[in-house]
Design a protein around this ligand. Structure first.
Ligand SMILES: [Zn+2]
Length: 243
C-alpha cells in the first residue's frame, strides 16, 4: 500500500488544507435514531479533534456538513453491515472526496466500520464510514459517547492504521511518531508500555481503542499521512489515475 501511495504521489506535495464535504445518513427504524442535535455535535467534535483542540496537532483537516439525509429502513438501521451493499448503493453521494457517514445501530463490540482510501477505485459505492448512533456526543454507549468513534473511524477513511498495527514489529502503523504497542488499549491505563524502546504506548491517540475520555490527539506524522492519502486517493483534481 505504501509503495502505491508513493507512486501515486510522485512529485506532488500533499495538500496543506483539506476540507471534507460530509453527507450524514441517519438511519432509523421509525422509533430510534440519532437526534439532529447529536449530528451537529458530532460534526463539531470532528472539527475540534482534527483541529487539535483536545490535544495533539492541528491536522489541517476540516469537515463541512453538506446534507443530513434521514432514511427509514428497519433492516438497514438494525444491521447496516449485513446490508452494506444495498444500503450504500442506494444512499451514497459524491465522489472520492465526499465523506458519507452512516449512523445506524451496530453493537457494543463493533462501534464503527470504515473503508480505506485505496479501496475506492475497487468499490466506489462502498466507500464511507458506519458508526453506532449511541456513540455520538451524549449517546447511550457508556465510555464511548463523546463522538470519538466517529473521529477514529474517519481516521481510517483518511488512511490511518491503528496505533497497535503490527504490534511491536516494524513497520507498526507506518507513522514514525506513534510509539509501537503490542495490543489495543482498553480503558485508560496510565503508564501502559508494551514494547521495548520507542516510548510509552500512545493510549491517548484517537487511533487506539481506549475509552473516549482517554483519547485526545493525532500526531504530526498522522497528519502528514492523512494529507498524503488525500492527495493520492481523494483529491479528484490531482488524482492522475495512470491506469
Ligand atoms: Zn479502527
Amino acid at each position: 500500500m505504501l509503495d502505491d501511495l508513493a507512486r501515486r504521489l510522485g512529485d506532488r506535495a500533499p495538500a496543506v488544507e483539506v476540507t471534507v464535504p460530509t453527507v450524514v445518513h441517519v438511519l432509523t427504524d421509525g422509533r430510534r435514531r440519532a437526534p439532529d442535535s447529536a449530528v451537529r455535535s458530532q460534526i463539531a467534535t470532528l472539527n475540534a479533534a482534527y483541529g487539535g483542540r483536545y490535544g495533539g496537532v492541528d491536522t489541517g483537516v476540516r469537515f463541512v456538513l453538506e446534507a443530513v439525509v434521514v432514511t427509514r429502513n428497519p433492516s438497514w438501521f438494525a444491521d447496516p453491515l449485513g446490508n452494506e451493499a444495498a444500503m450504500k448503493s442506494s444512499l451514497r453521494r459524491g465522489g472520492p472526496e465526499t465523506l458519507n457517514l452512516y449512523i445506524a445501530q451496530l453493537s457494543e463490540l463493533v462501534l464503527g466500520y470504515s473503508t480505506y482510501p485505496y479501496w475506492y477505485d475497487g468499490g466506489p459505492l462502498l466507500d464511507g464510514v458506519v458508526i453506532d448512533w449511541r456513540s455520538l456526543p451524549g449517546g447511550a454507549l457508556r465510555n464511548f459517547n463523546r463522538g470519538y468513534t466517529g473521529v477514529h473511524e474517519i481516521g481510517h477513511w483518511l488512511g490511518l492504521f491503528h496505533t497497535f498495527e503490527n504490534g511491536c514489529g516494524a513497520p507498526g502503523d507506518g507513522v514514525d511518531d506513534t510509539p509501537a504497542e503490542e495490543m489495543p488499549t482498553e480503558g485508560c491505563p496510565a503508564g501502559k508500555d508494551t514494547c521495548p524502546g520507542g516510548g510509552k504506548d500512545p493510549i491517548h491517540n484517537f487511533m487506539d481503542y481506549a475509552y473516549d475520555r482517554c483519547m485526545s490527539e493525532f500526531t504530526k506524522g498522522q497528519a502528514v499521512r492523512m494529507h498524503e492519502m488525500w492527495s493520492a486517493y481523494r483529491t479528484t483534481l490531482t488524482n492522475p489515475d495512470p491506469r
